[in-house]
Design a protein around this ligand. Structure first.
Ligand SMILES: Nc1nc2c(ncn2[C@@H]2O[C@H](COP(=O)(O)OP(=O)(O)O)[C@@H](O)[C@H]2O)c(=O)[nH]1
Ligand SMILES: [Mg+2]
Length: 444
């Protein structure tokens, strides 16, 4: 773990609970002076027993009681940050919490930067960088599936897979380097083809497997947009209401009912989605509807997935005029003759075909079943490092056949190792840390 730029000498404090009033408000303190500062704040003028919730009171400058609640003391290194940590659990008044915080600053605490508690945990080797990122993911999880995935990463399952790949790389590089050290020795060519085979099976294939999960993994946290387009009256708004399970959009037999964009958040298989209903595509003289159609086309162009809806009873609605990912034939309760094969046949009225639609939508969002969900790639940062490391591994494999170029193989593979290390925060990664922790909130 890099200790470069390691300046965790100060004692930091921040309000850890979100802004606004709440039942409980929590202030966290971390650093070497935490116990002595607490003993000047507490009515008991002392630090409570470690790891025991203790009823406490906290005083202002003039010795008056500001608030009372529980104080928790976690001596380092067995604490979240690895330093002495103190948590004050008081009442959730923003004014009183702010007054307590100001008092802590008077007593010598520094304001914590965004993510500084977790950053200190990384600097003290309590978490690797992928685990620290998982802390943000746990907070941001919009679905239970995303939350469970973030937990796996926080437990270090993903990081463990990366370090296993790094160990395998190290051993393969060592084999190449050993042969470089003894150039006079006759090394059978089979030796190198075996090394190449091992590299493909033990490193390249697992990385490819992990990368295949990235579209799903990233969408699990970033969400995806799904646009519904089609002619007027085909049942677009009805579909939106059915998918999200509530009466969100006005449905009527009158053409041109939906003129503005209308969106609703929901999930399919735990993937958070924003579903966007649009104005029916048609030529019209109505200025507002023209603008609605323009916005519909724009939305269809930028959505992650576009659903084209047609009306089984009106073949004139069957030809999409813009790109679409899934083709839905609605109202098959009215007619189901000679429907082109690319359409999913469905009826919002009867519920027919809805299960097929949901699963097709999930697969077009990249949903996959993984044997080990802990291998899922959930961040662009991880994906880019994996892709780049794969390029260097391949470059190294390309040089493996030629004895003159073996040193290049070792060099490329060592570089690939360093790229994988970047995922865990190993190496000279100050700039990575700055970027990763800029995503955090204060108090985490
Ligand atoms: N028979 C039948 N009618 C439907 C179905 N889906 C929607 N409708 C009706 O079609 C009309 C237009 O629906 P709407 O959702 O407003 O269409 P939109 O203009 O595409 O948004 C309404 O009268 C709906 O009740 C369906 O599956 N079967
Ligand atoms: Mg509509």
């Amino acid at each position: 773990m890099s200790n470069k730029g390691f300046t965790s000498k100060s004692t930091i404090a921040a309000i850890a609970t979100p802004p606004g009033r709440g039942g409980v408000g929590i202030i966290r303190i971390s650093g070497p002076d935490a116990p002595s500062i607490l003993s000047r704040l507490s009515v008991h003028r002392s630090v409570p027993k470690s790891r025991q919730a203790t009823l406490d009171g906290w005083l202002d400058q003039s010795g008056e009681l500001l608030d009372q609640g529980l104080t928790l003391y976690f001596p380092g290194p067995a604490s979240y940050t690895g330093e002495d940590v103190i948590e004050l659990q008081g009442h959730g008044s923003p004014v009183i919490l702010q007054a307590l915080l100001s008092r802590l600053f008077e007593l010598g605490c520094q304001p914590a930067q965004a993510g500084e508690f977790t950053r200190r945990a990384v600097e003290h080797g309590k978490l690797d960088l992928s685990q620290a990122e998982a802390v943000v993911a746990c907070i941001d999880a919009a679905t239970v599936r995303a939350g469970k995935q973030a937990q796996k990463q926080l437990q270090g399952v993903f990081g463990k897979h990366i370090s296993t790949l790094m160990q395998r790389l190290t051993s393969l590089v060592a084999h190449v380097e050993a042969s470089l050290d003894f150039p006079e020795e006759e090394i059978p060519t089979l030796y190198f083809s075996d090394l190449g085979k091992k590299m493909r099976e033990e490193v390249v294939e697992p990385i490819r497997y992990m990368l295949a999960s990235a579209p799903l993994g990233e969408r699990l946290f970033e969400g995806a947009t799904v646009a519904i387009i089609g002619s007027p009256n085909v049942g677009k708004s009805s579909l939106l209401n059915t998918l999200c399970g509530r009466d969100r959009a006005i449905v009527s037999h009158i053409e041109g009912t939906t003129r503005d964009l209308l969106d609703v958040d929901f999930e399919i298989n735990g993937i958070p989605l924003r579903l966007i209903d649009t104005a029916g595509l048609r030529d019209t003289d109505d200025m507002i509807e023209i603008e609605g159609v323009r916005r519909a086309l724009q939305t269809a162009g930028s959505a992650d997935v576009t659903l084209f809806v047609a009306d089984a009873s009106r073949p004139e609605t069957w030809t999409p005029t813009v790109h679409a990912d899934l083709f839905l034939m609605n109202k098959v309760d009215l007619m189901r003759n000679s429907i082109p094969e690319k359409f999913i046949q469905m009826s919002v009225s009867t519920g027919a075909g809805m299960a097929v639609l949901r699963s097709s939508l999930a697969s077009s969002l990249g949903d996959v079943q993984m044997g080990d969900e802990g291998m899922m790639v959930t961040r662009e940062r991880h994906r880019l490092l994996l892709v780049e490391s794969l390029e260097y591994i391949e470059a190294g494999l390309g040089c493996l056949g030629n004895e003159e170029m073996l040193d290049l193989t070792a060099m490329h593979w060592r570089h690939a190792w360093g790229l994988l290390g970047g995922i865990l925060g190993i190496g000279d990664v100050e700039y990575i840390l700055d970027r990763v922790f800029s995503e955090f909130c204060i108090g985490k």
